[in-house]
Design a protein around this ligand. Structure first.
Ligand SMILES: [Fe+2]
Length: 386
């Protein structure tokens, strides 16, 4: 995150003795990025965070490569692939490359363990469902539309309130999610022209630390491998912390879209950047107003990026046949654009009510066997003119 936040109690100055009532020390942990040069926080634990009773590797069935997937445009219905489980175990991977993995999940239970992604940052879009995000930084409520950013190394849980209709989209990144540089001034504050500002972010709130020791299970993801750690200290035994590194959320409905006299390209819808891909939010907005302006996008070739759209809500103006929960991927080097009739229909149109999330990766993305299982078989032929 790009600004300072603090919760609970901590000593001043830092790195000084901070005693509990029984005369023993709280344990300080610096959680830092880019070695010691990136953003960081200082956390104060009631017990040392380094204690491990046991560890073992767990089986992971995530190897879902679809090696023979052809180079073509794909459309698939992610709601047709469902697995039982919690916010982690119910995930199904649909697209992947060496920097990024995209999953959807339909959680049907809450975890009785703690989860940490040791090698990746997680962006979690709450499509349907509500509940509480618990973490070693505190807690915050989540509702449909929230986009939760969880820094690599955070111990957390998503606890849903009910299990009749939950759906989440997860994008793993090997580099941090950041607010685009051109949205921020030289001091890091969001500029007036940015599509959101700091007050739109939902930040962790203080959670009473758990003092009791026990045998707590942490499931740790390390790319395709999963490990189980057992530790005596409770992961949420944190009396206080301060700094710039923490999870937060931003609701897609709080995004203020930009519009132009003629068609503006997707970078105006930018939400977050990483080093290897970007995420955009498409929101309801008035259309271009110049006489004869074509609101639908022109045909385009992404010669060096793969373009993924996750369809959230509304009538997506340039696509035929997509449903809520659909994903389309238009790979590098093949032109795409509106299907027949969509360009003409957009001339003179006044607005769109679409909500969608776009992920543009700078390296090819590979569809998995899960994508193959729910394909719209004829999508790649949907541009044929009658
Ligand atoms: Fe496109």
């Amino acid at each position: 995150m790009a600004f300072y936040h603090k919760l609970g109690k901590f000593p001043n100055p830092k790195h000084t003795a901070f005693y509990k009532e029984d005369g023993t020390l709280f344990r300080e942990e610096l959680v830092s990025t880019k070695g010691f040069s990136g953003i960081y926080c200082n956390k104060y634990h009631v017990h040392a965070p380094t204690q491990t009773l046991n560890l073992k590797e767990l089986e992971n069935e995530e190897n879902v490569d679809w090696k023979e997937a052809p180079l073509q445009h794909f459309h698939f219905f992610t709601d047709k692939v469902k697995s039982e489980g919690d916010f982690f175990t119910s995930r199904n991977c649909f697209l992947q490359n060496s920097h990024c993995r995209m999953y959807t999940a339909h959680p049907t239970s809450n975890p009785n363990y703690f989860y940490k992604n040791a090698y990746a940052h997680e962006y979690i879009f709450i499509h349907h469902g509500s509940g509480t995000m618990l973490s070693d930084y505190g807690k915050f409520a989540f509702v449909a539309g929230d986009q939760i950013v969880v820094p690599q190394g955070t111990i957390f849980q998503l606890m849903f309130e009910s299990f009749d209709n939950n759906k989440i989209l997860i994008v793993e990144s090997d580099t941090p999610y950041e607010i685009p540089k051109h949205y921020r001034n030289e001091y890091g504050q969001c500029e007036e022209h940015a599509p959101y500002c700091e007050r739109d972010f939902n930040l962790p709130e203080f959670m009473e630390p758990v003092w009791e020791k026990g045998n707590h299970r942490i499931v740790i993801k390390a790319k395709e491998r999963i490990f189980e750690y057992n530790q005596p200290q409770h992961p949420y035994g944190v009396i206080g912390w301060d700094g710039y590194l923490y999870p937060f959320s931003f609701n897609i409905k709080s995004y203020h879209p930009k519009v132009g006299r003629i068609h503006l390209p997707p970078p105006v819808h930018l939400l977050f950047t990483t080093q290897h891909f970007i995420i955009c939010n498409f929101n309801p907005r008035p259309f271009d107003w110049y006489p004869g302006a074509i609101a639908a996008p022109y045909f385009h070739s992404n010669v060096d990026s793969a373009e993924v759209l996750y369809y959230v809500e509304g009538d997506f103006m340039s696509r035929t046949g997509v449903l809520e929960g659909s994903i389309t991927i238009h790979p590098l080097g093949i032109p795409h654009g509106p299907q027949p009739g969509k360009t003409e229909k957009s001339i003179g149109a006044t607005h769109t009510d679409e909500y969608a999330i776009m992920v543009d990766t700078f390296e090819p993305l590979h569809p998995t066997k899960n994508a193959k299982a729910c394909l719209d078989e004829k999508y790649w032929q949907s541009w044929l003119e009658k």
